[in-house]
Write a protein that binds this ligand. Structure first.
Ligand SMILES: Cc1ncc(COP(=O)(O)O)c(C=O)c1O
Length: 378
């Protein structure tokens, strides 16, 4: 189905065509080349204490990050439940076990209190978790001060899944670069799209070097192919990097636009009781990759699903929030710490069109559908 207003459609108004033409003309389309170097260099300038390795997806970046944290068979990893499956699936790839933690109500991200409960429970069972995987959902930074204090107290490394939070900040520092290791996604629907792509970020030069080595099949620096370890084909290619670089040049503009879209939705919904948003903390600056709302049907008289259907009939793309991983059939055996916060977010939430090229008039037309839904209830 084609939509007039899409959830998150990439905007290619910069140097994308010029750079991809240059990459093709150079004949360098593989996993080394000018644009990969330029993309990494430009990103590194924005990272204060960390460095980046450009990879071919956010999922491969998560997998590699877990490998670098030493996660292996039988280990336990504490994971945010309210997220896309890619945040936790790589734990399974490694034969380790995710343990899911519920969200808190402000940012919708991992609850620091429940995280500590889970750590204490696992320690009491003689099992120290190998890592904590948290997510900055829809671009909204998690409660990092609290989470990092807990991680430090129990000496457990943190992996930030900033797949959706490219350019978001917490305490004036880029999300993804607040802990030992972080990842980004640059897939087709992200705020910075390289077609497909991802990255790993770390404050340890040793980790960065090892990530580069493992992501290119663990090839030794010799005139012939020699391998001492099992590696992966996870590096970004030069063509994706050409698109990524052009997008990176426009990132601040994309963020400003999506923040504007979020504040316009807040303004247009301000007279509609029963509609609420994620809370941006004072120390946070979300990229607002997606604006999502919660609909309390006891107040509005209509549900998120009724709205989804009306949107669809009017050519407007919308999407439910992530179904928590602890409720996914594939993860039914997995231990969960929490209550019904993420479940209720899933039951009430809907993501609204948030593409960077959305205009004020477009948003008015989208919000009008919500008011029409309200009118049906009278
Ligand atoms: C929270 C989260 N983690 C991980 C990923 C995986 O990224 P990719 O699609 O680049 O593999 C995504 C997005 O797709 C995501 O939204």
């Amino acid at each position: 189905m084609s939509f007039n207003f899409k959830l998150s459609f990439p905007t290619f108004n910069g140097n994308e065509l010029a750079y991809t033409r240059q990459a093709i003309q150079s004949g360098m389309l593989a996993t080394s080349g000018e644009f990969i170097d330029r993309f990494e260099e430009k990103f590194n300038k924005r990272l204060k204490t960390h460095q980046i390795v450009a990879l071919n997806s956010g999922t491969s970046a998560l997998h590699l990050a877990l490998v670098l944290l030493g996660v292996g068979k039988g280990d336990e990893v504490l994971c945010q439940s309210f997220t896309f499956c890619a945040s936790a699936n790589p734990v399974i790839y490694l034969g380790a076990k995710p343990i899911f933690i519920d969200s808190e109500k402000d940012t919708w991200n991992i609850s620091p209190e429940l995280l500590e409960d889970a750590i204490l429970n696992r320690l009491a069972n003689g099992k120290k978790p190998k890592a904590i995987v948290l997510v900055h959902l829809f671009g909204m930074p998690a409660k990092m001060n609290e989470i990092l204090a807990i991680a430090k107290k129990y000496q457990i490394p943190v992996l930030e899944d900033a797949a959706e939070a490219v350019g978001s900040e917490y305490n004036d520092q880029l999300c993804g670069s607040l802990a030992e290791i972080g990842i980004f996604s640059f897939n087709g629907n992200k705020i910075l799209s390289a077609g497909g792509g991802g990255a790993l970020v770390s404050n340890s030069t040793a980790v960065i070097q090892k990530a580069k080595y493992l992501s290119t099949q663990a090839r030794e620096d010799l005139p012939y192919y020699q391998h001492l370890e099992i590696g992966y084909n996870y590096k970004m290619n030069n063509l994706s990097a050409a698109i990524g670089l052009a997008q990176l040049e426009q990132l601040e503009g994309f963020i400003a636009k999506r923040r504007q879209i979020n504040s316009t939705y807040r303004e247009l919904f301000s007279n509609l009781p029963g509609v609420s948003f994620q809370n941006e903390l004072a120390e946070s600056r979300s990229n607002f990759w997606l604006t999502a709302i919660l609909i309390d049907d006891q107040i509005t008289g209509f549900s998120n699903d009724q709205l989804r259907v009306s949107f669809m009939k009017n050519g407007i793309e919308s999407r439910f929030l992530w179904k928590p991983l602890h409720l996914q059939p594939v993860y039914r055996e997995i231990q969960f710490f929490g209550g019904t916060v993420s479940q209720s977010l899933f039951q009430k939430g809907i993501c609204l069109p948030s593409s960077s090229d959305l205009t004020y008039d477009d948003q008015e037309r989208i919000v009008e559908i919500v008011y029409k839904e309200l009118a049906k209830t009278f």
